[in-house]
Design a protein around this ligand. Structure first.
Ligand code: HBI
Ligand code: FE
Length: 315
């Protein structure tokens, strides 16, 4: 059975124009808290040595633990004192302009639902584990706090300019899937990888993906995948590098990027600062598998269309 969708993806009509709802913390079932515990424990084991120091530090100082799904009010109290952010509950994906409006006001919209046990490794929608475990620790960091607010402000502007696609790529390759340099190695800080059991390992250790130094123009030109591991991860020097982006006027950059050819997710181009040139093996194998499945389907259709052989007709 297909898992039910939430929020915008479910075609829901919100009660309030800003799409916020009550978290409904008291309504979580024991089974839902148990799903959180499973996810929390296996992910917490993975993160030392993989997540950046700021992530680990943020997690340590927040009321986030294994035993229960965190209460957004308790998270907001700590966050508010540190960086002026709050966590508000939404039913799932919300429209872009609603999302931006919240971020511009230092409110992080977090899905209040938790994935089903059969979706532990992957789901497309942001649930409470992705949003709280993945995003909230980084919101304790002042640079990330300011960058995400600026993204909200810039999102509204990018929409008006018709360049949301370009800005969204920057968010994707940093806040969701970003890596940074730390003590001689690479660490993850993106929420999409911090909250993923499989991709938190893949993004740092696998030989398949590229790892490339991030520049604004390079990421804005690069398509991304939403259905599988990334083919390329972008690396920043440190979190303050993101802060520098908030001081730049993106309008002329959008114009420049618009006029240039796009890059596909796995491309490496001249001028890239390459930390790792990926083998591409993971996605190549995936594509070969898909082609084999297609061929099998074509053969099956051909057989079904063949005329009925001798001996089966009535004489
Ligand atoms: N809604 N709840 C939620 N979470 C997101 O990350 C989100 C969203 N709506 C739109 C959106 N992200 C993105 O498409 C924008 O960042 C462009
Ligand atoms: Fe996210």
């Amino acid at each position: 059975m297909q898992a039910p969708k939430h929020g915008l993806a479910a075609g829901e009509q919100p009660d309030s124009p800003d799409w916020t709802i009550d978290q409904g913390w008291a309504r979580y079932t024991a089974a839902e808290h148990a799903t959180w515990k499973t996810l929390f424990e296996r992910q917490t084991r993975l993160l030392p040595g993989r997540a950046c120091d700021e992530f680990v530090q943020g997690m340590r100082e927040l009321p986030i633990g294994a035993t229960q799904i965190p209460d957004f009010r308790a998270l907001s109290e700590v966050l508010m004192r540190r960086t002026g952010w709050q966590v508000v509950a939404v039913p799932g994906l919300v429209p872009d302009e609603v999302f931006f409006e919240h971020l511009a006001h230092r409110r992080f919209p977090a899905g209040n639902f938790i994935r089903r046990p059969e979706q532990l490794d992957y789901l497309e929608e942001p649930d409470v584990f992705h949003d709280v475990f993945g995003h909230v620790p980084m919101l304790m960091n002042p640079a990330i706090a300011d960058f995400i607010q600026a993204y909200g402000q810039g999102g509204l502007r990018a929409q008006q300019l018709g360049h949301l696609k370009h800005l969204a790529r920057l968010y994707w390759y940093t806040i969701e899937f970003g890596l940074l340099q730390q003590r001689g190695g690479l660490r993850l800080f993106g929420a999409g990888i911090a909250s993923s059991f499989t991709e938190s390992k893949f993004c740092l250790a696998d030989a398949s993906p590229n790892r490339i130094g991030l520049t604004l123009e390079r990421v804005m030109r690069t398509n991304y995948r939403i259905d599988d591991f990334q083919e390329t991860y972008f690396v920043i020097r440190d979190l303050d590098a993101l802060l520098e982006f908030t001081r730049i006027d993106f309008a002329p950059l959008y114009e420049r990027v618009q006029a240039l050819p796009e890059f596909q997710p796995g491309d490496v181009r001249e001028g890239d600062v390459v930390f790792t040139r990926g083998s591409g093996a993971y996605h190549a194998a995936k594509r070969a598998e898909e082609r084999a499945e297609e061929r099998a389907e074509v053969r099956a259709n051909e057989r079904a269309a063949e005329p009925v052989g001798p001996g089966r007709g009535t004489a």
